[in-house]
Design a protein around this ligand. Structure first.
Ligand SMILES: [Zn+2]
Length: 338
C-alpha cells in the first residue's frame, strides 16, 4: 500500500490583494504544492522561506515575490514538515524553550563579564600600542583643557619654585632612566579638588599646588611624580579610557544613547579608579625609580600618610584610590625589598 502524501488545509494570499484562497498544502520531493480555488502552484522548497515556530499564531511559507500560504493548524503543519524531513533550525528550537533561553542569557552575561574583566584590559592594552603619539597627546591636551575651570586654575606656586621642582625631577629621571624615560610634561595647577597628582594620556603629569604644600620634603614630591611617571610608562590612563569607551559603545548599542558618555570623558580620565594592579605597577616603577635616583623611598610613605590624613575633607586623591591596600602600599615604601 502506497502512502498518499500528507496534505493540510491552508490559506493562500497572492501578496497583492487581501483576497484569500483556500488551498491544500503538501510537500513532495522538495517541492511545495498548492491546490484549490483556482490555485495551482509548485515551488522548490529552496526558494521559499518557512516562518519560525512561535508559541502562538500561525505558520507561514513565503514565496519570493511576496505571496504566502498560511496554516493555522500548527500541529498539522509540523507533521507536514516532519514528513518532508525539514528540521527546525537550532535557533528556532532555542527560542521555544524557556530554560534554554535562560541558559543563553546566563551565557551572554557570563561572556560579557569575562570579556569585561579579562578581555577589555587585554584589548585596551593592544589598542594603546597602535594609537599614534600625536593622538594620545591631543586626547590628553583636550582633557586638560576641559578640566580647566571646573577643577583647576593657574598655579599660584612661585615660578622659581616650579622651575626648581621641574629641574630636580628632570635630573632624577635622567639619573634613573636616562634615555629610556617616557616622554612627559609636568604641569602645576591650583586645584579645587585638594592635594592630588595624576597622569593623562600623552604623558601629561599634573601636580596640584596643594600637594606640593602638603609635602614635608621635596623627595616626597619626587616620589609622587615617579609614581605618576609609572602610570605614563604603562599608559594606564589611556588604557582606562579605551576600556571606558568600549563600555560606552556597548551601552550605546544596548540603550542607544552615547551623549552622556561622551560628555563624561574628561571626568572619566580624572576620576576613574585605576585598578589595584595598575597602582601596584606604578608603585613598583616608583620604587625602582627612587632607588636608581638614590632618593630614599620613605619620603613617599610619609606622603601617603599625610594624604590619608588630609583626604577627609577632600576627594580621595589619585594616589590613594585603591583604598583597602593603602597600608600595604605604605609599607612597601617604608621598607622596600632589597
Ligand atoms: Zn596611581
Amino acid at each position: 500500500m502506497s502512502n498518499s502524501p500528507l496534505s493540510i488545509s491552508a490559506r493562500y494570499f497572492d501578496g497583492r490583494s487581501t483576497q484569500e484562497y483556500a488551498v491544500s498544502l503538501s510537500i513532495e520531493n522538495g517541492c511545495v504544492k498548492l491546490r484549490g480555488d483556482g490555485i495551482l502552484r509548485d515551488e522548490a522548497l529552496t526558494a521559499l522561506e518557512i516562518s519560525e515556530r512561535t508559541r502562538y499564531g500561525s505558520r507561514r511559507i513565503s514565496f519570493a515575490e511576496g505571496a504566502y500560504v498560511e496554516a493555522f493548524d500548527r500541529t498539522a503543519f509540523d507533521q507536514l514538515l516532519a514528513a518532508a524531513a525539514i528540521g527546525e533550525s537550532q535557533v528556532v528550537r532555542w527560542q521555544q524553550s524557556w530554560s534554554l533561553t535562560l541558559a543563553a542569557l546566563v551565557l551572554t552575561i557570563f561572556t560579557l563579564t569575562v570579556g569585561y574583566i579579562w578581555g577589555l584590559p587585554w584589548f585596551a592594552k593592544g589598542v594603546v600600542v597602535v594609537l599614534p603619539d600625536t593622538t594620545q597627546h591631543s586626547i590628553g591636551h583636550t582633557a586638560l583643557q576641559s578640566l580647566e575651570g571646573d577643577f583647576f586654575e593657574e598655579s599660584k606656586l612661585p615660578h622659581t619654585r616650579q622651575e626648581d621642582l621641574r629641574n630636580r625631577f628632570n635630573a632624577a629621571v635622567q639619573r634613573s632612566l636616562g634615555d629610556q624615560a617616557p616622554a612627559y610634561t609636568l604641569i602645576f595647577k591650583k586645584s579645587k579638588i585638594g592635594p592630588n597628582a595624576f597622569a593623562l594620556p600623552g604623558g601629561f603629569i599634573v601636580m596640584t599646588d596643594e600637594l606640593v604644600k602638603l609635602a614635608k620634603e621635596d623627595n616626597a614630591i619626587l616620589g609622587v611624580l615617579a609614581h605618576e611617571l609609572g602610570h605614563v610608562q604603562h599608559q594606564h590612563s589611556l588604557r582606562n579610557l579605551v576600556s571606558a569607551s568600549v563600555v560606552g559603545v556597548v551601552a550605546f548599542m544596548i540603550w542607544g544613547d552615547a551623549s552622556s558618555f561622551v560628555a563624561s570623558i574628561p571626568t572619566v580620565l580624572l576620576q576613574t579608579r585605576y585598578s589595584r594592579e595598575f597602582e601596584t605597577e606604578a608603585d613598583t616603577f616608583a620604587l625602582d625609580f627612587l632607588r636608581r635616583a638614590q632618593i630614599p623611598p620613605a619620603a613617599m610613605a610619609h606622603m601617603f600618610r599625610a594624604l590619608q590624613k588630609s583626604s577627609g575633607e577632600n576627594a580621595i586623591p589619585e594616589l590613594l584610590r585603591t583604598h583597602p591596600a593603602t597600608e600595604e602600599r605604605i609599607r612597601r615604601f617604608e621598607s622596600p625589598d632589597p
